[in-house]
Design a protein around this ligand. Structure first.
Ligand code: SF4
Length: 372
C-alpha cells in the first residue's frame, strides 16, 4: 500500500488520516426518534467494530432523540445534516462530527452566500470541537457547478475543492471530504482527481447506493481496490441494502476488503464495465419513508432477474431527500413515499403507484425498454 499523504484530523477518540488505521463507519437506518430501536442499532454497529456511527437528524424530534442517545452511548457519533444545515448548532454539542452536502447547502437560504453558510458551519464546529465532512454526491451536485462544467466528474470535484478553499481561508482544518456516486468508476475517477489536487485532505470513501449483497459488495470492492492501494482513502463506509438487524455486515465487509488489500489479495478486474442489468439501491437510513423499502428492493431484484443480459439500470431509493435526484440517471427509477412509490423513466415521472401495484407496473416498463 502506498503511504497516505493526508493530514490527520480528530474525530472524538479517533484520529483519521495520515498514517492512522483506516477508520470504518456506518449509519443507523432506524427512525432516529425511535430511541430504543436506534440505540439497538448503535450497539449492533459498535459490536461489529464500527469506529464512527452516523445518525440522521432532520427535525426537533430527532434532536431530542439524539440527546437521549448521547446519554446512553459513548460511541463517536456523526450527524448527517442533509437538507437542514441550520440544525448544526443544535446537534454539534452531542456529536463528534457533522456532515453537510454542498448541493443541499446551495438550495437553502438562497439569499445568503455559500461562503457565509460555510463560515457559520465552521464556527459551530470550532466552538463545539467537531470535525466536518464535506460530502458531495453524484445525485445532488451543486447546480452552479453543474452549469459551469459539462463533465459530471469535474463538477463533483470542483464542488469539493470550492468548499476546501473556503474552509482553508477560514483557517478551519478539522475537515475531510467525500466524493460519492453509485457508479464505482465515477468514485474511482473523482477521488483520484481530488487526491491529485488536494493530497493533504483526508478522504472518506464509499460507493453510494451500492445495493444489495453480493452486487453491492462487489461494486464497493472494485472502487476500494483501485484507491486504497494508492494511498487514497482514510475512512470508509460500505453502503448495503440489508435488513436493519444485519447492518453489522457493512462493517464486516469493509474490514474484510481493507484486510485483503493490505495483504495484497485483489479480487476485482482492473476496469469495471457496467454491463448487464445494474440495480442500485440506497442503504436506507432514518429518512426511509416506508419500512417496506428493503423488501421492495429485494423484490425488484427477484422480479427483474429475467433481464440480466440487458444493459439497464434500475434505481430503488428510500426517500424524497435523495430519491428524485439519484434516480435521474437510471433507466428506471423508484423512490419511496409513505404510501406510494414514484416510478420514473430517467428524469421523467411516469406516475405514483401503491406498494402492491408497483412491481407489475415496473415490469411493464422494463419489458418496453427491452423491446426497444
Ligand atoms: S435515499 Fe433517503 S432513505 Fe435512502 S439512504 Fe438516502 S436519505 Fe436515507
Amino acid at each position: 500500500m502506498q503511504a497516505r499523504q493526508t493530514r490527520d484530523i480528530q474525530v472524538g477518540r479517533h484520529r483519521i488520516g495520515g498514517d492512522n488505521p483506516i477508520a470504518v463507519q456506518s449509519m443507523t437506518a432506524t427512525r432516529t426518534h425511535d430511541v430504543p430501536a436506534t440505540l439497538r442499532q448503535v450497539r449492533i454497529l459498535e459490536q461489529a467494530g464500527s469506529d464512527l456511527i452516523r445518525i440522521a437528524v432532520d427535525n426537533k424530534r430527532d434532536l431530542e432523540a439524539l440527546r437521549e442517545i448521547r446519554e446512553q452511548t459513548d460511541a463517536d457519533l456523526v450527524v448527517d445534516l442533509q437538507e437542514n444545515f441550520h440544525l448544526a448548532e443544535d446537534v454539534a454539542p452531542f456529536v463528534q462530527k457533522f456532515r453537510y452536502n454542498p448541493g443541499h447547502l446551495h438550495h437553502k437560504d438562497r439569499d445568503q452566500s455559500i461562503e457565509d453558510k460555510v463560515t457559520w458551519l465552521a464556527e459551530v464546529a470550532e466552538r463545539e470541537n467537531c470535525a466536518i465532512r464535506v460530502g458531495v454526491n453524484g445525485g445532488s451536485v451543486d447546480p452552479r457547478m453543474k452549469a459551469r462544467y459539462s463533465d459530471d466528474e469535474e463538477a463533483l470535484v470542483a464542488s469539493a475543492l470550492e468548499h476546501c478553499e473556503i474552509l482553508d481561508r477560514l483557517g478551519f482544518t478539522n475537515y475531510l471530504v467525500s466524493l460519492k456516486d453509485s457508479n464505482p468508476n465515477k468514485v474511482i475517477q473523482t477521488n483520484r482527481r481530488f487526491a491529485t489536487e488536494r493530497p493533504d485532505v483526508p478522504l472518506h470513501l464509499g460507493v453510494t447506493e451500492a445495493g444489495m449483497p453480493p452486487d453491492g459488495v462487489i461494486k464497493t470492492r472494485i472502487a476500494f481496490e483501485q484507491l486504497l492501494p494508492h494511498g487514497i482513502g482514510d475512512t470508509v463506509r460500505v453502503s448495503l441494502t440489508v435488513p436493519f438487524d444485519d447492518k453489522g455486515q457493512e462493517i464486516a465487509v469493509a474490514r474484510e476488503i481493507i484486510a485483503d488489500i493490505e495483504d495484497g489479495r485483489f479480487r476485482s478486474v482492473p476496469v469495471f464495465d457496467n454491463v448487464g442489468l445494474n440495480i442500485i439501491s440506497c442503504p436506507s437510513c432514518s429518512r426511509v419513508e416506508n419500512e417496506k423499502f428493503v423488501e421492495l428492493a429485494q423484490d425488484v431484484r427477484e422480479m427483474s432477474r429475467y433481464a440480466q443480459e440487458h444493459n439497464i439500470t434500475i434505481a430503488v431509493m428510500g426517500c424524497r431527500v435523495n430519491g428524485p435526484g439519484e434516480t435521474d440517471d437510471a433507466d428506471l427509477g423508484l423512490w419511496c413515499a409513505p404510501t406510494v412509490v414514484n416510478l420514473k423513466k430517467k428524469e421523467q415521472l411516469i406516475g405514483t403507484f401503491s406498494y402492491e401495484e408497483i412491481l407489475p407496473r415496473l415490469k411493464q416498463e422494463l419489458d418496453l425498454l427491452i423491446a426497444d
